[in-house]
Design a protein around this ligand. Sequence first.
Ligand code: NAG
Ligand code: NAG
Length: 996
Amino acid sequence: MEGSNMKQMLFRRDRFLGVVFFCLTAAFFGYADAALNPTDLSTLNALASHWSGNSLQWGSGDPCTNGWTGVICDPTNTKVTQLLLSSASVIGTIPAVIGSFTALEQLDLSYNPQLTGPIPPEIGQLTTLTSLIIQSCSLTGDIPSTLGNLKNLTFLALNNNQLTGPIPSSLGALVHVYWFDLSTNQMSGDLPVSSKSPDGFGLDTMSGCKHFHLNNNSFTGPIPPELGAPPGGVVKLTKLVHLLFESNMMSGTIPDSIANLTSLEILSLSNNQFSGSIPASLNRFATATGSNLQQLLVSNNKLTGIIPNLTAITSNLSVIDLSKNSFDPQPFPSWLDGAPKLQSVYLVDSHLTGQLPSEILSSGMLQALWARNNSLNGTLRIPSTLGPNLRVISLQDNKIDSIIQLNNSVNTSEIDIQLAGNPLCDPSSLARPARVCDNVQGGLMPWTSPLQPSSNCNSGSCSDSQIINPLNSGNCNCTTPLEIVLEARRPTFSVITDEMIERLRLQMQTQLNLLPNQVWIHSASFTPDGRAEIDIDFFNADGVSALDRSSIQNITHSLTSQTLVLPDVKPYIAKLITSGEPVVSSKVALSAGAIAGIVVGVLALLAMAGLYAFWQKRRAERLKHITQPFKSWGGGGGEKDVEAPKIAGARWFSYAEVKKVTNNFAEANVLGEGGYGKVYSGVLASGELVAVKRAQEGSMQGAEEFKNEIELLSRVHHKNLVGLVGYCYDQGEQMLVYEFMENGTMREWLSGKMAYPLDWTKRLSIAVGSARGLTYLHEMANPPIIHRDIKSANILLDGNHVAKVADFGLSKLAPEGADKKIATTQVKGTMGYLDPEYYMTQHLSDKSDVYAFGVVLLELLTSRAPIEHGKYIVREVRTALDKGGMDALEPLLDPCVLEASREDLKKFLDLALDCVEERGADRPTMNEVVKELEAIAQRNKPKAKASALATDTTWLNDVYGDDAQYGETENFDKMPNSSSNFKYSGGYTPRMPEPK
Ligand SMILES: *[C@@H]1O[C@H](CO)[C@@H](O)[C@H](O)[C@H]1NC(C)=O
Ligand SMILES: *[C@@H]1O[C@H](CO)[C@@H](O)[C@H](O)[C@H]1NC(C)=O
């Protein structure tokens, strides 16, 4: 009895002590119903203090139940199982303590561009982890080999960082990983294979892998034959569907064993240095049920020999790209005719000879045939039955001398047939068919949403990061969308249809559980290297406020983890643009780039603090640099040695330096691209924003021409000409570093890609500004310069919308004297802007620039591209005017210009038409053009400062101020690196809020 009482008492005392201990623990950790285990709690607290000062709303209450951003716990709220911080503005490094979580399964830190430093080896302690995603941040250093300990991992994505070093062979132990993405880093070394690594692991042992995305790095060495099967062994990678090795420095031949990977859908080896011939053994991809291969991409290598007949693997083939190799001259691979699902064929620069077999054009699914720069000859025969999906036949620069249509009732008007550069299109040829000879190069049509905000709304009243959601009809609220650019890395399609866009939209809406008014795809387009980009805005359902953090998290994580299934665009990668908070800077977003904003903001503070001495020192260092070496000029990359130029005023950059400045040419820094290559944004060590134009292989100028351009550029200084900061001619690269133009090109503004349309006064100011820049080239530069490539894509706008003429790649020094004409051997310029007189006579004069400028003026009036759907703007405008005067013209005009008076419109139009007169002698000089434009601008001087433009006062003064004169010499002959960038930086207003 007593004993049992005693027992009960003891028991009670134990319980009591337990409760006391519990309460103490709870008190210690700061909340009453403690549930989360202490290790996870202290880990979270350590992370919170490490990442303090950024926008994570962490810090009070129970992390599991009190809504700590991105912290998700198990059902009992005792363990943190997911840490999802994509696009959460995390700033700083990843601390080692992150390895202390006890039961973490998912870690996603993607889209935090200010997340820097290496991946700590301690992450390898998180053995419960199934998904590790840190893409599109700024991570550096090597991948720690401890990641090989994460035996439960199924998803590993570290793409789009600046990681270096080789792939640790230990990762070969990750046999459950199906998604392995290390693309777009700076990784190097040969790919690890089990037979050669000390630990016996390699890519060939990752037996569960479906996706090897290793593209866009600097990997070297061959494709290990072991990937297909070890010598004499069995195939382990039986599930592999995507093998993406493109854009590395890999070499060797394509191993026969690769064809053992019979589940493969995409084999992408483009942009490497692979040699040998394409093995006919690839036919072994085919199994009893046919072949799974959908995309065979091997362009831009050093492949030789004859393209083998690969009929056996055509059953599912949708894209084949064999362009730009060193094949033997050979006929068009006619076995492609039989590929039932073929959508796009790329055989550019492939040494094809003989006549194009017309059967290929009848293929049922074919959308585009790209075969420019070959020696295809004879007659282009348009067959009686054309593929119903065919939209592009690109055969420029071949030897085709005639075209026949086998059946005249076949309608080819929907098809973009491009034959410029063939004998058929010889200017002297009487039978020259204009439609196929004058087409713009390119051909892939962008898509724009037919749905736009109601015209009753004034989108000008929205701030820069805001737009009006067109899905909320009749509602004119400005709202901040989450903007995402979805990149289809290897689209099978060459045509973007309304159906496909709507399908994509619906897939996103339903899978993300959103309402119909929350997802708007506003545009889609192709990049020159064949990717497709789809611009999507996600809105809050209420139509007013921005999306909350949890929704942003859900959307972005579903993209990084690829749980959002979008078959049309796979494999996709989402490039986040902006969520109204400081996030990733990219193309368009640079105008609102958070990083730039912060950098410049800090600079402004520095300036205000009066750190002038600091700048002086910097400047002195720079000036020292300017006079420094051109050591790599001769041997660096040109075909032949040229004497080292002494270029005053243009700074020399090493390749390493430019690489650093542009974040290793990060995709996020790409401002635009064209035939010549890409333009990247960058921040110099001084904080100055720059744009770097990087010539791509194949579009490089000779060393001499490159030198000419730099010399020319460094001599001209005018506020309406884009200033050259410096150049890089190193390691085989040709790059020009320009001052940064925040507002992109005039073309972009006219094509409606920007947040709001350009109003009449802004259009006038752009016309005046660019005309002044051009006048300076023609009349003030000594000797005068003919630009030769005036077009809307070469007129850039700075932060104040001041227009500046750019791109002097084709420019020529004009001879002075009575007959200011130069005989040229080759007509150069851009289709749509080419002076017909120059084209016919090959005599170049400054009036050719005037012609092109006239086309630009017509673009300002109509917002159309010079050649759209095969229609030439000059002809369209003239025809309309002849038919019914200004009234007939009105439908062609952009509604934005209708605010102008009839009289001013007529004056502007007449001026444009004078510029595009057939005979150069009938055209005005640029000086006369400026005078006329200034007169119109003067009459259109905005009266109310309180207009939407009131913030742009610099711009107003610039165009309408009393000092409105061109050719002022204030900047003339000044070093571009002098204090003027100081002024430039100060003038930049950060648009984005700074992080809290
Ligand atoms: C086209 O080229 C092939 C091969 O180079 C040649 O044999 C043939 O004669 C050419 N045909 C025409 C019509 O020029
Ligand atoms: C985010 O996703 C989770 C899980 O799928 C869901 O419970 C939550 O409601 C979502 N949040 C929002 C704001 O959509």
